[in-house]
Design a binder for this molecule. Structure first.
Ligand SMILES: Cc1ncc(COP(=O)(O)O)c(CNc2csc(C(=O)O)c2)c1O
Length: 466
């Protein structure tokens, strides 16, 4: 059972956390560690640290905990005899899938597939999924260009030493302030903080501007439309420029709502026009739903809010989905000649059945408890609560925005944002920072209105002291 509210007994991190931090620091870099957690004592929306503090968790392991801590359905999944093998016999899924794999994929991932997407490939994490989705876009683009003919001897020889034509100078268009992961290909599409990229070599791929909308939206409609139009124009120009110089754009990667970059939104029309551009230019469209997926916006997939005229070509997922992976349309399914068919999108494990066991449970809980509806109602209450806070503290709370419980607001400076974040934590609320001066909500799917009230009370008292 969840606690009725937060309890704070010590500074956070407390003495036990600091002791453990010292011990861990002897083994690895601990620069990002916030505090140590007692996962056995954490319950639902509340995270327990090792010093007896219980915090209302609005960040939930970087937006990756769907049903809160120690949900009974996950515990039950562990006790089912038919699930034991998935936890102790880890298969190389690409070559030796287990007998129940088709059934598990159908009852988990395919039962929540984005409309119109019938193909799914599991992977390890978000970046791993993005890496292989990028490769799938390159393969599809090349197949269209070459008409599916087999590779020439020159392509085979040059491919193994990173040279064209075997390794063609194809590119991916991404957006400023985007985050897609920290492995080298995903990192090439990531443009949030310099620290994430410093001293890593990166390819010269096109980087477009993501719309910077002014809030409240209803008071800036014309300006925001103009901003989106100029962004779309820039995208067209970049594709043309890179095509002309012999480094064609094979695909576009975009988040339905930019997360790490500071919860940046764009309109449904923007995304519809973006998809039109990919159709006109023959480039792939990869919707990265690693952070926005699994119901947090009130629809299972955030891009479902954008009313696209056809499915995206690929959709990546991870975090709350328990497993990484990506959906794709039939057209983007690797169709190389049999010699190439396997081992192109490949690695040892290709995902983890133990995580898909948990995802099966998650999907049934979401359906049985109608959690998408919970996210919609709690989200509406959350955004109106943030707007009320904004009206009480107009100099401190800015740009209230959100979809479902995927909500955020800004403070005037990064310092003010950090100060409020620490003040909230000291009073028992764990929230996430994003962008340069954003605080973002990434609660569980079982987040309720009374949790919003607890946040609002603590936030109100923290703001009074700022
Ligand atoms: C839209 C989107 N796409 C891909 C990723 C990468 O997922 P992981 O590789 O971290 O599982 C993420 C991961 N999110 C994330 C938040 S903070 C963070 C970090 O590495 O600092 C990573 C994402 O938000």
């Amino acid at each position: 059972k969840e606690p009725s509210g937060p309890t704070v007994k010590t500074a956070i991190p407390g003495p036990r956390s600091l002791q453990l931090l010292k011990e861990l620091d002897a083994i690895q870099n601990t620069g990002a560690v916030q505090f140590f957690v007692d996962y056995e004592r954490s319950r639902g929306n509340y995270i327990a640290d090792v010093d007896g503090n219980i915090l209302l968790d609005l960040y939930t392991q970087i937006a990756s905990v769907p049903l809160g801590y120690n949900h009974p359905s996950f515990e039950n999944a562990m006790k089912k005899p038919e699930n034991l093998s998935a936890f102790i016999n880890r298969p190389a899924l690409g070559v030796y899938p287990p007998s129940d794999w088709v059934h598990r994929l159908k009852s988990s991932l395919l039962s929540v597939a984005p409309p119109g997407m019938t193909q799914v490939q599991t992977m390890a994490c978000g970046a791993c999924s993005v890496e292989h989705a990028l490769k799938t876009m390159f393969m599809t683009y090349q197949r269209r260009v070459s008409g599916g003919s087999p590779p020439t001897e020159e392509e085979k020889e040059t491919a193994t030493i990173n040279q064209p034509p075997g390794c063609p100078p194809l590119t991916i268009l991404s957006f400023k302030n985007a985050f897609h992961g920290r492995t080298m290909g995903a990192l090439a599409c990531t443009h949030t903080k310099y620290l994430q990229k410093l001293y890593f070599p990166q390819p010269d791929w096109p980087i477009a501007t993501f719309p910077r909308l002014k809030y409240p939206l209803e008071a800036h409609e014309a300006e925001n439309k103009a901003e989106e139009r100029s962004c779309l124009e820039e995208i067209r120009e970049l594709i043309e420029k890179f095509d002309k110089r012999g480094t064609p754009v094979a695909g576009i990667i975009v988040e339905p709502i930019q997360g790490e970059g500071g919860d940046n939104f764009a309109s449904a029309e923007f995304f519809q026009s973006l998809q039109d551009i990919t159709e006109e230019t023959g480039t792939g469209l990869l919707m990265d739903e690693v952070q926005t997926g699994c119901g947090v916006t009130g629809k299972f997939w955030a891009h479902e809010h954008w009313g696209l005229r056809r499915p995206p070509d690929l959709v990546t997922f991870s975090k709350k989905m328990m497993t990484g992976g990506f959906f794709m349309t039939e057209a983007f399914r690797p169709q190389e000649l049999s010699i190439l068919l396997g081992f192109r999108v490949f690695n040892t494990w290709m995902g983890d059945p133990a995580k898909v066991v948990l995802l099966e449970e998650l999907v049934s809980v979401i359906k049985e408890q109608n959690l998408l509806n919970n996210v919609q109602t709690t989200g509406e209450y959350l955004i109106s609560t943030i707007k009320t806070l904004q009206s009480h503290f107009p100099d401190l709370i800015l740009n209230a925005r959100g979809l479902g419980t995927y909500c955020a607001f800004d403070l005037p400076t990064a310092e003010a944002r950090d100060k409020l974040l620490m003040a909230l934590r000291e009073k028992g609320v764990n929230i996430g920072a994003g962008g340069s001066c954003t605080l973002r909500f990434r609660p569980t799917l079982i987040f309720q209105k009374h949790h919003v009230d607890i946040f609002a009370t603590i936030c109100e008292s923290s703001l009074k002291n700022m």
